[in-house]
Design a protein around this ligand. Sequence first.
Ligand SMILES: NC(=O)CC[C@H](N)C(=O)O
Length: 449
Amino acid sequence: MATMAGTVSKFCPTTTFENIKESRLKSLRNPNMLQFSGTSAMQYRLLCTKESSYQKLKAGSTIYAGSMDVERPWKTSDARLVLEDGSIWRAKSFGATGTQVGEVVFNTSLTGYQEILTDPSYAGQFVLMTNPHIGNTGVNPDDEESSQCFLGGLIIRSLSICTSNWRCTETLGDYLAKRNIMGIYDVDTRAITRRLRQDGSLIGVLSTDDSRTDEDLLEMAKNWNIVGVDLITGVSCDAPYEWSEKTDSEWEFKRGQHSTGEYHVIAYDFGIKHNILRRLTSYGCKITVVPSTWPASETLKLKPDGVLFSNGPGDPAAVPYAVETVKDIIGKVPVFGICMGHQLIGQALGGKTFKMKFGHHGGNHPVCDLRNGRVDISAQNHNYAVDPASLPEGAEVTHINLNDNSCAGLAFPKLKLMSLQYHPESSPGPHDSDLAFGEFIELMKTNKV
Ligand SMILES: NC(=O)CC[C@H](N)C(=O)O
């Protein structure tokens, strides 16, 4: 057996129901060979067990069919990850092919790989998922955190050979291939993670190109650097735009609490995640998103109620122009910084940022609010941190990461400023810290009266 309608050369070809000939369908009635996306499990069972019941499938449903010569999971290694420490990891490729360099970081989230893939803060990095089984829910159009995948590549232990989720519209492999993002699987992610924890983040090269020697790839890894590079310009928007989408009512967990358009917030896009915008809108903000290079004077001219400095990729010390913008705005209007925004605020106050050993990436980081002792489990994604000892008088460390006591939040009440090193918008991750958006609203409210 090789195909259902059309020419199919690889595992998981897609076709649509209308294209499938009845005779073909009967001959393919084998649960191991068929899998449906956009249809329910019940429909799947009906199709597999009852004559003609495939007619109950909605026209246009996508059907994936496997050929007998499936590539996975018996495919042999066709990719290498070469780390700058000289170690070589053989793996199987999925998604795009080619050669790509980046910094390897590990993420401990159990769910939410699509949100992670579309978080622009991962530009220049390979994300290694410590959760071993990835791809089982496929991807869908609603879980995108930005318009693109900016990360360098994805490293996983086991790639699910099927998808099972009512929202799934595409397999992870097809999605990554379309976006030209490389992925590897069947690699010892535990061993790589332990190495990163021991030795710190490492630069690596992913390659499916047999013509390149291990030495070539090692040289490439050694000659590449992510420190001191401005990665924000590559991910920020080109021109200002308005944002008005709230958290979808199906997913809203704080129903009926918020009003609309009460506060005008200018959000600096250093690589902003959509859920920051959705949460602020749900909390009653009208948002204008502006590019990273948008002048502070233009922002102040608009007389916003508050300014948000977003998350973003790379080294905060490599973007002095953004620090200057933050400097020109703080003290004049209430501000909220998230992740990169927090680090830029730290620098704008005269403090220093430093690169951590392997950073924090995942949805299970405990942070303590030192003002009241409350502990949140938070979503995090950063490699740099603010050195609290370098901050001027008046700046308070409001939150610490309980894993290593690093600075996780700042406030400067006189300047109406608050910032968090982690992600109160989560997506993916727990919602504990959503309260921070409410705090920002309070900051704007007290400034208004
Ligand atoms: N999520 C972010 O904003 C990341 C911040 C910064 N680029 C870091 O890696 O520390």
